[in-house]
Design a protein around this ligand. Structure first.
Ligand code: SF4
Length: 339
């Protein structure tokens, strides 16, 4: 008789910052890999709306609409609610309870040495005019991150190559809990490094980022992309078609390479030889991007046109997440002698 081996658990999530819009960099660097993993793992995909408060608290910005929009991006990218639980973090209060309990056994010195804390602390202090603007939430952020993962006793977390170190603190917290309470309750979550697609170049030649206003969003219409592509950065020294271009440094044709891996070399050679113009390249690249994004747009429309369906998906996802998380918390409370 065949033995059914239970699937390992995987946790993934993104913050609803960036006006609730994910861009091609998010898609290529994370979402695409999540979609590929959903058949192999028992998957929990959340929108980290509480995490967004580390930078948005007190700004008056509404988070819920952005969080729902990110959930739509998950669905449009191909995450299947039948295969993976999709939910908002704030709908699962067990994340907050475990955050509090793990906070009791996490040394402050561990948190103060997290490189992203140092960077963010400086940014916030500068923005707020002093250290008084640096919240406990900013310092405790990695404990909430650990709680997000450990509450599901997730075995794996998909991360980009440069983010693997971020998981180390969650692993240390898991080890500390297991050691203090003589248990193996928490597996040490492993980084699942997604295939390195390289840094996606934005339309101004810098890294694609919402903050640089140089991104192509999954929600962009074909007209949006056509217009953005017309203004995109190319080879600055190329004033006329007879000037040879440098495709390696050109935002348009870097995108072309990613989305047309078979055909881009011809275009690159013609650019170097100055036998093709940028107008043609931009038009062709826009067409290629629009064709690649069309299935995502169609899926998004299905869910966006039916908010009740999105409500159901998020409610079902949160229910499964709460059930799984509560089973963990029951054990945690017992081990910590709270019951
Ligand atoms: S032809 Fe393409 S690669 Fe060359 S500069 Fe123009 S847009 Fe860039």
């Amino acid at each position: 008789m065949d033995t059914i081996v239970p699937k390992k658990r995987l946790l993934s999530g993104m913050q609803p910052t960036g006006a609730g819009k994910l861009h091609l960099g998010n898609y290529e660097g994370a979402l695409k890999a999540w979609v590929a993993l959903q058949d192999r793992y028992e998957m929990f995909c959340f929108v980290a709306d509480w995490h967004a408060l580390t930078t948005l608290a007190g700004t008056g910005q509404s988070i819920v609409a952005d969080a729902r929009s990110i959930a739509l991006d998950y669905l449009s990218a191909g995450l299947d609610p039948e295969k993976c639980a999709i939910f908002l973090q704030s709908e699962v209060p067990q994340h907050a309870e475990l955050f509090l309990l793990l906070g009791m056994l996490t040394p402050v010195s561990w948190l103060e040495r997290v490189p992203t804390y140092k960077e963010r602390r400086e940014i916030v202090a500068e923005r707020e005019g002093g250290e008084a603007g640096v919240s406990f939430g900013l310092l405790g952020y990695p404990v909430l991150q650990a709680a997000d993962i450990l509450v599901y006793r997730a075995h794996s977390v998909p991360v980009g190559k440069d983010q693997a170190a971020h998981l180390e603190l969650s692993r240390e917290i898991a080890r500390r809990f297991n050691h203090l309470y003589q248990t193996d309750l928490f597996p040490e979550p492993q980084a699942l490094i997604s295939e390195d697609t390289g840094t996606l170049i934005g339309l101004d030649g810098r890294k694609m980022s919402k903050s640089y206003d140089n991104a192509i969003y999954l929600t962009d219409t074909a007209d949006d992309i056509n217009a953005k592509m017309k203004k995109a950065f190319t080879t600055p020294t190329r004033q006329r078609m007879s000037d040879p271009g440098v495709p390696e440094g050109c935002s348009v044709c870097q995108l072309r390479r990613l989305y047309d891996p078979e055909g881009y070399t011809v275009q690159w050679e013609e650019c170097r030889a100055a036998t093709r113009g940028c107008v043609q390249s931009k038009k062709e690249t826009a067409d290629i991007l629009n064709a690649a994004l069309e299935p995502l747009r169609e899926r998004r429309k299905l869910y966006a046109d039916d908010p009740a369906q999105l409500d159901r998906i998020l409610a079902q996802g949160a229910e499964k997440a709460r059930d799984t998380a509560e089973a963990t918390l029951r054990e945690v409370r017992r081990l910590m002698k709270l019951v």
